[in-house]
Design a protein around this ligand. Sequence first.
Ligand code: 0X9
Ligand code: CA
Ligand code: CA
Ligand code: ZN
Length: 441
Amino acid sequence: MSTRRRIGGALAATGLALLAVTTPVANARTGDPARGLYSVEGASTAEKRTEVARAGVDVAGSRGGALTVVATPAQAASLRANGFGLKPLGDFDSMLKQRSDRAGTAAVAGDFPPGDEAYHTYAETTAELRKAAKDHGDIATLSSVGKSYEGRELNLLKISDNAGTDETEPEVLFTCNQHAREHLTTEMCLRIVQRFTSGYASDPALKKLVDEHEIFVLPNVNPDGSEYDIAGGEYQGWRKTRKPVPGSGAIGTDPNRNWDYKWSCCGGSSDDPSAADYHGPSAFSEPETKAVAEFVDSRVVGGAQQIKTHIDFHTFSELVLWPYGYTQAETDTGLSAEEAKRFADVGKKMAATNGYTPEQSSDLYVTDGDVNDWAWGKHKILSYTFEMYPKDGGIDGFYPPASVIPEQTARNDKAVDILITEAGAPAPTASPSSKSADGRT
Ligand code: 0X9
Ligand code: CA
Ligand code: CA
Ligand code: ZN
């Protein structure tokens, strides 16, 4: 551990002791210390933003030089001690409560808060997938890649002509809801399912995409987390999985720091089990990431990975991001200039259709163990993160009203089509300039 972090920790502990007396408000359900929502000023470079993330805070959004974070009193004190300006935006837990009570009517247990019922719970998502497979049996099959920690099936819908047969067609993967509270992403995966299954018979362009590819959709990577986030009729602001961390009182690992490529290598995740971006006790310690990874591994057929392209949907900030996240270098071993250019070209092409900002993911902040680094690093899958609507915001950023679902998911239709089409494109070859004099690479 670096000196800076040890100092930060000591100051943080002091801050907690002082503030514990004056901040009696705690999360009633979890008993956690009250969290505040802050705008952190002066985080105008990727280095600075990475430093903020390293305080273990929950980075909610980013706009220009300001980061919106959820911090405990200890974390806020630590950031201030490290020279960051913090503008309090409010008490996170009371904002969550306010947000959940917006409609002013009683919550139904197990459903989204009043007014947000159009969002799909895990049971409702599963029902939609079953219905799609039942109504369109020739082009849709439902299976599961495994079970979550609490035993929920990690549902996988395959969409293709002759869906029951593994054909030699380029394969594409869409994953949603790694982060529990990013519910709009599950709606995004359901939109993909709906569009390609119900549109197949009537829309020749959709039919062609379905016929020529094998499209895999995984709407809930972290169902334990998303169900926990809405249980009790009030949003919990939950991000991580729900598996207790052995040897600590903490619950949950950040699934998007848990993938086994350069796991925990580079200061892009936290060793603190209570941190928002805790990387877990080991790579693939979480049954959810492990199951999805084993599914992707299983798509290596005859020595060739069949999945060519992938989007992992998140919220929020309206960004299209590509690897690597663990380093700010644009090229690396296994990521040539031509390949980096393809990531940027396709990323920008998709961003031109939805108005998101395209950039290498480490331009936002450095992360290690995220899904894109693993998918590319291990399998050479052209793998993107989409940070969906809204562009910025406070707590509402995670919980936009259900009324935005149709527009904000349809907004990505063209980008989704580009990503699918790209799966059939040849991988880039080295440019003449990178060949040796005799023409060999
Ligand atoms: O931090 C994450 O896992 C993603 N953002 S979120 O606000 N949805 O949690 C971004 C992952 C992309 N990778 C990097 N920024 N390096
Ligand atoms: Ca097929
Ligand atoms: Ca196949
Ligand atoms: Zn996320």
